[in-house]
Design a protein around this ligand. Structure first.
Ligand SMILES: [Zn+2]
Length: 51
């Protein structure tokens, strides 16, 4: 399958739902729901730097 890269891209974004926000990534990862968007963004940054 030529479309499957061995190292998928990690593009994170944050999604807000009500008073909660969580980070998600194009690789399928999703962070826990946070009460603040700042924390969700921190989750995203840690995910990107941890890979
Ligand atoms: Zn990822």
């Amino acid at each position: 399958m030529p479309h499957q890269a061995s190292a998928p891209e990690h593009r994170t974004s944050t999604t807000e739902r009500g008073s909660f926000a969580h980070a998600r990534c194009t690789c399928g990862w999703a962070g826990p729901a946070r009460r603040s968007r700042d924390k969700a963004r921190t989750d995203a940054e840690q995910h990107e730097s941890a890979v």
